[in-house]
Design a protein around this ligand. Structure first.
Ligand SMILES: *[C@@H]1O[C@H](CO)[C@@H](O)[C@H](O)[C@H]1NC(C)=O
Ligand SMILES: *[C@@H]1O[C@H](CO)[C@@H](O)[C@H](O)[C@H]1NC(C)=O
Length: 393
């Protein structure tokens, strides 16, 4: 029986990217000797190959000399990192895996689209950008933010999966590794997924018609959950035991996913922490009116939604977010107690791709939702940071 012998980089080859398309990833299959040659990550146009040991007990997953794992999903190959929990158990992290086409150009404010496969090995060893948002007064993040991260104790396992949806008032939030380290979950043999979704005006603009029906942020969450359903098995996760969990806007999102036909069958349990579709902050009213009002602040003067959205597509992200902040501040101060959100989930008009239409409480009363085990609660000291900021007024 071959052991998992480890070999090091032996040569690098310069290849035009186009050529790589036709070249198989595995160059040589001297499997009898336990060695195959594997492409390694380089910046195009350079591609390299190194010899690595084949772990014969594996199902085709390979490990490199430095123990950094490479796995293959239908979109391509992914290299992650080997990490340790604070309890000293080992796990593998794959950060910044795309699940959607970057929502730029014509795709800004459009329903999400699945990403294309990639050539070569995806570098998933570090966090990628968060979605555009204001952080301490400056715009951070990038529009190319539709990525998710997976942490797994063992990518050959069949573990239950927990998918985290971040909170942040549908205006801020990140799935970055160091913000919500999953150490305690991983120690319980769970595969952990953290997804990004678009927020603020970029995720929740709605014109109330087919031009931009709204809820794109939630639609990205649904696309990411479809990814989990299809691909999590390659990371050692069981696609039939998926729990979604999240706090604040994350909890609100989960309530809507439980109500939505579009998310049916994509998860099997939910944990809603301090958020529901029935709370004031969970529903944005009069969204089309806001879309046009903000348009005016951007000097887009029209009553036609196609013209409005077409013009919105030309505005720089920094300008969009500045105007969003001005508007949100005004809005927040005008209704400080119930604090509805200016950009959040909306009741879409009736159409087949709507996440939800009509009143949530009626939908729940009618029993029109997924009957799955749900834990609903609140995070202690939830409003702490808010009380601090209210002292200013
Ligand atoms: C992967 O990306 C990280 C972060 O950008 C970078 O530091 C690292 O060098 C990259 N690794 C390779 C092999 O390109
Ligand atoms: C809105 O503008 C689009 C694009 O210019 C045009 O095709 C459409 O007819 C207009 N709709 C209305 C209701 O005026």
């Amino acid at each position: 029986m071959q052991s998992n012998n480890i070999f090091v980089v032996i040569f690098l080859v310069k290849f035009p990217v186009g050529l790589m398309k036709e070249s198989p990833i595995v160059l040589d299959s001297q499997i009898t000797s336990g060695i195959i040659k594997e492409q390694i990550i380089m910046q195009p146009p350079f591609y390299g190959f190194r010899e690595i040991a084949l772990d014969k007990s594996s199902t085709g997953n390979l490990r490199l000399a430095n123990d950094n794992p490479i796995i293959t999903i239908p979109d391509g190959q992914i290299q992650g990192t080997k990490e340790q929990t604070i309890m000293q158990t080992t796990f593998y992290a794959f950060r910044g895996i795309p699940f959607a086409k970057p929502p730029v150009g014509d795709l800004r404010f459009a329903p999400p689209k699945k990403n294309d496969p990639w050539i070569g090995i995806l570098n998933a060893t570090a966090d990628r950008d968060r979605c555009p948002q204001i952080n301490s007064g400056t715009v951070v993040g990038s529009e190319d933010c539709l990525h998710l991260s997976v942490c797994t104790p063992d990518y050959k396992g069949n573990f239950p999966v927990m998918v985290e949806i971040y909170g942040g008032s549908f205006e801020t939030g990140t799935s970055n590794f160091n913000s919500y380290r999953p150490d305690y979950l991983l120690a319980k043999d769970v595969v952990y997924v953290a997804l990004n979704y678009r927020i603020g005006i970029l995720g929740f603009l709605s014109t109330g018609d087919m031009v931009c029906p709204g809820n794109n942020g939630l639609k990205y969450q649904i696309l990411a959950l479809k990814w989990v359903k299809k691909y999590i098995k390659y990371f050692g996760g069981d696609p039939n035991r998926v729990t979604v969990f999240g706090q604040s806007a994350g909890g609100v999102s989960i309530a809507y996913l439980v109500q939505s036909r579009l998310a049916k069958g994509l998860f099997h349990r939910g944990i809603m922490q301090s958020g529901s579709s029935l709370c004031a902050a969970g529903l944005t009213l009069e969204a089309p009116k806001r879309a046009f009002e903000i348009g005016e602040l951007l000097e887009i003067k029209t009553t036609n939604s196609s013209v409005l959205v077409e013009n919105y597509r030309q505005v720089k992200v920094t300008d969009l977010l500045s105007v969003q902040t001005i508007y949100t501040t005004k809005f927040f101060l005008s209704d400080i107690l119930t604090r509805p959100l200016p950009f959040g989930p909306v009741q879409e008009h009736h159409h087949p791709e709507a996440v939800f239409s009509g009143n949530s409480y009626e939908q729940y009363l009618k029993g029109d939702f997924q009957r799955i085990p749900l834990m609903i609660g609140s995070t202690s000291n939830e409003a702490g940071p808010l009380i601090q900021s209210l002292r200013r007024y």
